[in-house]
Design a protein around this ligand. Structure first.
Ligand SMILES: [Zn+2]
Length: 240
């Protein structure tokens, strides 16, 4: 039993290494999925901002046209005033001239405010675009790394699986099955050593009777009464 437990402990060490490789690969895939999601979000945001900028620029065009027409009206009325025939005409031309001037001033005020809005919008687009480019660079890096690492992970997994297979054939299937079941329930750790009467899985003391039994070398499996993991023990002498 003791030898089988030692083999099982080796299997567990290999399983932990396999788990680390799988976790690393999973982490990469998670990171890539997250980056793709973030890139999509930035692209949507930029598209919305560009639509808004487009609307502002259309407004700007309208304002420019209106300012141009005010300038024309001002010019026209100034010309009219040069060849005035009577008071009535003078008053009408002056009134129209003032209206056009006032209107132009208002429109120019609006235009200044609009320029600020356009600049602000362009700034936001630039910011979002910078962030998008950063995410794209990050994604590119991850994609390159994953290609390199995939080979490494594959090689590691193959090695570990072969190593495990070589050990497993000397372990009774019923014991292996037990190990797998506990492993699932106990975060990958199914077999733990006992040191100074303490389970190294949950750090609780095990009953003295069980400890004595372990030290003697029991033919039955002994479980931690607290965390239900398989216990094993080896003397410090044989350990060093
Ligand atoms: Zn325990």
């Amino acid at each position: 039993m003791k030898n089988q437990l030692l083999l099982l402990e080796k299997v567990q060490a290999i399983d932990i290494q396999i788990g680390i490789i799988e976790e690393e690969e999973k982490q990469y895939n998670t990171d890539i999925a997250r980056l793709l999601e973030e890139i999509k979000e930035h692209e949507t945001k930029i598209a919305t901002l560009k639509v808004e900028l487009d609307e502002l620029e259309k407004l700007m065009q309208t304002l420019d046209d209106e300012i141009f027409s005010c300038t024309e009206r001002i010019k026209k009325n100034e010309d009219r005033l040069k060849n005035i025939k009577n008071d009535k005409e003078f008053n009408a031309a002056t009134k129209e001239l003032n209206t056009a001037k006032k209107e132009k001033q208002t429109k120019e005020g609006e235009r200044s405010k609009l320029i600020e809005k356009v600049d602000e919008k362009k700034g936001l687009i630039k910011e979002a675009d910078d962030r998008l480019q950063n995410k794209k660079t990050e994604l590119e890096g991850k994609n390159t790394a994953i290609i390199t690492n995939k080979e490494e992970w594959g090689k590691g997994l193959k090695e570990k699986t072969e190593e495990k297979a070589a050990i497993i054939k000397d372990i009774p299937p019923s014991l292996l099955k037990r190990y797998e079941t506990i492993k699932q329930k106990r975060q990958g750790i199914a077999i733990v050593s006992v040191e100074d009467g303490t389970c190294q899985g949950c750090y609780m003391n095990i009953p003295p009777q069980a400890y004595i039994q372990l030290q003697k070398g029991s033919s039955d499996l002994i479980f931690c009464p607290h965390c239900h993991r398989i216990l094993y023990w080896h003397s410090k002498v044989s350990n060093s």
